[in-house]
Write a protein that binds this ligand. Structure first.
Ligand SMILES: Cc1cc2nc3c(=O)[nH]c(=O)nc-3n(C[C@H](O)[C@H](O)[C@H](O)COP(=O)(O)O)c2cc1C
Length: 191
């Protein structure tokens, strides 16, 4: 499959283009002020009926919650994410307040996560999404009620030097490419 280099086919906001998911962190802490600025950005995402189904459960490094969060991750993610400043578990509410099922709860929460990631970039942090963790364990350990779906985890930190990673991870420490728009966008019907 042909892929674009990391340059846009059409002009876009630099913050969108330059967001990526590094794994090397400096171990610099994140303040509550900074962390809550990320949640604030997420808060302003659009959602169906303004239901705001996203919820964020977080643990900062050097707090009693940290080890519980770290223990959820698969070993591959633990190796690099243990140097992050904060870990977040993102969940979404599957129903509206009237009890009806929300078809778009994951979609809406995805929009909130992207806001959070872009805001992290604006503050000089990176946000690295993760699905490599134990979803069932997250539900029980973090006492997540059944009406919520566990969506993903995120590692937040200041980007560190590539050389600090293992050789295997260093090879992956670069911005990734993308499919061409012609493979993704269709006029009129799916082709
Ligand atoms: C929901 C989600 C889950 C992801 N899971 C992992 C993961 O478990 N481990 C990992 O190293 N990267 C993970 N990633 C990072 C993706 O591999 C990365 O976003 C993708 O390759 C695109 O690269 P970029 O974010 O650098 O542009 C995940 C990203 C998202 C959005």
């Amino acid at each position: 499959m042909e892929k674009t280099p990391r340059e846009p086919e059409y002009p876009i906001d630099d913050r969108i283009l330059h967001r990526w998911s590094p794994r090397s962190f400096t171990q610099e802490p994140i303040s509550d002020e900074q962390l809550f600025s990320l949640f604030e950005a997420a808060k302003w995402a659009p959602s169906s009926y303004n239901n705001q189904p996203w919820r964020f459960i977080y643990a900062k490094k050097n707090t009693p919650f940290w080890n519980d969060f770290l223990s959820l991750l698969i070993d591959f993610n633990k190796e690099w994410a243990q140097k992050a400043a904060a870990l977040i578990v993102i969940i979404s509410k599957k129903t509206f307040d009237n009890g009806n099922f929300s078809k778009t709860h994951s979609f809406d929460t995805g929009a909130a996560w992207q806001n959070l990631a872009l805001q992290a970039g604006s503050l000089g942090f990176v946000a690295h999404g993760m699905e490599g963790f134990d979803y069932e364990k997250a539900k029980t350990k973090l006492r997540i009620p059944d009406e919520f779906q566990v969506e993903a985890m995120v590692a937040i930190g200041k980007q560190g030097p590539k050389e600090q990673l293992s050789v295997a991870l260093q090879k992956r420490e670069q911005p990734s490419l993308r499919r061409l728009l012609q493979q993704t966008v269709f006029e009129g019907k799916f082709t």
